[in-house]
Design a protein. Structure first.
Ligand SMILES: [Mg+2]
Length: 366
């Protein structure tokens, strides 16, 4: 089977997260959820979909697909995904082992797994060795930045009412964490993600001050995210479990963070670190070493679905991250919407989802 066409789509979809639009750099606010999807057509008439990390760099990822990765991949045989991806990773290695070109390859890889699954008539979780016993995954509500205790209290109430049983904040203050703990009660797991905001000394102090709120994990407290030594230092200084991994660009980085004993929870992202091929290896590596793995998946497209298939095949129990919001339109329909705090693992061939091309066309950034 050969790849005949590759197209990238930068989407910007309005959303509602139950509070004022979250703050964003330079005093602005975020009003759309931006993402990059990739469609791969083949000469067998099978079309697969993938997703590439975009966020603030969507235009760059889009450009990387259209101008660099698509010309390399179109015309290539894709029966052996591992070999093709290995060769493409080699061809872009001089541009770095993390960043937009790797994000582009990640989405291509996911789309090729979708194609392969459809060709074989098998869901991806089965291709990864699942027995099919796990049919749904508990989703934790990953809340966007809310900034004030009042907003935190309100949205925590919303998510409990919708049936979520675990919550993650993206806050940076004691007051907001205290408000969440109060709103959720003592028994609901609460995580905090600071998105790499503090230095080591501040991280130690904050972890200590937040100890009464019993965080299930403290995620990416430190900048820069690849200072594994500092992270390991923090980990020995606090009882709070430390999570990180979404900013790792490849499997060797995952090995390094594990070798450094820097994390209790490792969070590789399929749309950043090489698609299902590489992320699955990372999850297996973590499991072999007895480290909790939680794939990073605050996405609504093929990236989220790829994570669900991998969770379906994992031996460990694991939650799925759902970036809590209602989109104005859902590109995958029901497949990416949690119900009563759970996401279903699709059982159709490939990713097992239908991409609504009308939604893609409506929210595509020109
Ligand atoms: Mg995070």
């Amino acid at each position: 089977m050969k790849i005949t066409k590759i197209e990238a789509f930068h989407l910007a979809i309005p959303f509602d997260h139950g509070a004022p639009p979250p703050s964003q750099g330079a005093g602005g606010v975020r009003t759309t959820m931006d993402s990059v999807y990739i469609r791969v057509d083949t000469d067998a008439g099978i079309t697969g979909w993938g997703e590439c990390f975009g966020f603030a760099c969507c235009p760059v990822t889009h450009f990387a697909i259209q101008r660099v990765i698509a010309p390399m991949a179109v015309g290539r045989n894709c029966d052996d995904i591992g070999s093709l991806m290995f060769e493409l990773h080699r061809r872009v290695q001089s541009s770095g082992r993390n960043g937009p070109l790797i994000f582009a390859l990640s989405g291509l890889d996911i789309a090729l797994w979708d194609v392969a699954g459809m060709a074989r008539g098998e869901p991806i979780h089965k291709m990864l060795g699942s027995t099919g016993a796990r049919t749904s995954v508990p989703a934790y509500a990953s809340l966007m930045r809310l900034d004030t205790p009042e907003n935190v209290t309100k949205v925590c109430g919303d998510v409990l009412a919708r049936g979520y049983r675990a919550v993650k904040l993206h806050e940076r203050t004691l007051e907001t964490v205290a408000a969440a703990r109060k709103a959720l009660g003592d028994d609901t797991p609460l995580m905090l993600d600071t998105n790499c905001t503090w230095d080591l000394a501040t991280s130690k102090r904050m972890a200590q001050e937040m100890a009464p709120y019993n965080l299930a994990w403290l995620e990416e407290p430190l900048f820069p995210p690849d200072d594994y030594k500092a992270l390991a230092n923090l980990r020995t200084a606090t009882k709070t479990p430390i999570a990180a991994g979404e900013n790792l660009g490849n499997l060797l980085d995952v090995e390094r963070i594990l070798d450094a004993n820097a994390v209790d929870v490792v969070q590789p992202d399929p749309i950043k670190m090489g698609g299902i091929t590489e992320c699955w290896k990372a999850l297996c590596m973590a499991q072999e070493r007895g480290v909790q793995a939680e794939p990073h998946s605050p996405w609504y497209g093929p990236g989220l679905i790829a994570a669900l298939h991998m969770i379906g095949a994992m031996e460990q129990e694991c939650m799925a991250e759902f970036y809590y919001a209602d989109l104005a339109d859902w590109p995958l329909g029901e497949a990416s919407i949690p119900r009563n705090g759970s996401l279903r693992i699709p059982d159709g061939p490939g990713l097992g989802v239908q991409v609504n091309e009308d939604v893609i066309a409506k929210y595509r950034v020109a």
